[in-house]
Ligand binder design. Structure first.
Ligand SMILES: [Zn+2]
Length: 266
């Protein structure tokens, strides 16, 4: 995003927006409705009850199991850029007073990619929900598995999906929110097996991105291919929810699907 102090330019329609208006509109373009990407911290602040977030699993760090060239440098750069140690921020929070287990992806950290640490944090988020009897809410934003950790990254797909089953067995709901982009190994694992899936408008959602599809010889695709709108039309997601309505929608879902958990605790 090109940004001066008072103005910035929409990444989609390229119109100039007042920074103050942009922030008040939750970084959604007032002209075209484009939902710009936001950090995990901002997402948590805008979605959950004020000061209710307690971060967990802050001690997890990636190694370089394959001795992949420049991986450690890339991790350090991402750490400096985002102030965190991996693409997932997880913990306990409250949503309109109701306890929830959350994990929030940050695309700014190596494209939100899922390596061992991100996979472990997602797994712990789901296990915490199952063990403590509270709904799980996961905000997805990822290009997919992290190639620098090779097979270990792909193993996270099976591990996180198995953790979803623990929520099922414990009778706790799991809600996934697809934000731009939700792709590849993340879409093909824990993201797409949630009880309820909502997406932000125009979020890119798919398995193989445009470049990979082209390499595979796919030349003709519908105009809205790999968008949240396409997924809704074809039954892959349940609803498209604008950022301004996300908190209210999640509150309603948690009350409806997790009401039995609240009654037990009351
Ligand atoms: Zn715009």
């Amino acid at each position: 995003m090109k940004q001066s102090e008072a103005f910035l330019q929409c990444q989609s329609c390229k119109k100039i927006i007042f920074s103050v208006d942009f922030e008040q509109n939750l970084r959604v373009c007032p002209y075209c409705g484009h939902h710009h990407r936001i950090s995990a911290e901002t997402r948590i602040q805008w979605t959950f009850d004020e000061d209710s977030f307690e971060e967990t699993d802050t001690d997890l760090r990636s190694g370089n199991p394959l001795d992949f060239p420049d991986y450690i440098d890339k991790l350090r750069t991402a750490e400096q850029k985002t102030g965190k140690f991996d693409s997932i921020t997880g913990g306990r929070a409250k949503l309109s007073g109701m306890p929830v287990s959350i994990a929030v992806a940050d695309f700014g950290f190596m494209g939100g990619s899922m390596g061992s640490v991100a996979g472990e944090k997602i797994t712990r988020c789901l296990e915490r929900a199952a063990n403590e009897g509270m709904p799980a809410i996961i905000f997805c934003a990822s290009g997919g598995a992290r190639m620098q950790e090779g097979l270990l990254s792909l193993m996270q797909m099976a591990k996180t999906t198995a953790a979803v089953q623990q929520c099922r067995e414990a009778g706790v709901p799991y809600i996934a929110v697809f934000t731009d982009p939700t792709m590849a190994g993340v879409l093909a694992s824990y993201a797409s097996v949630a009880d309820v899936i909502v997406a932000e408008p125009k979020a890119l959602v798919g398995f193989a991105g445009a470049r990979v599809s082209k390499q595979a010889g796919v030349s003709k695709v519908p105009d809205d291919f790999q968008t949240a709108e396409f997924c809704l039309k074809h039954g892959m997601i349940d609803a498209i929810v604008p950022r301004k309505e996300m908190r209210a929608t999640l509150t309603s879902l948690v009350k409806t699907l997790g009401g039995h958990l609240l009654e037990v605790k009351a």
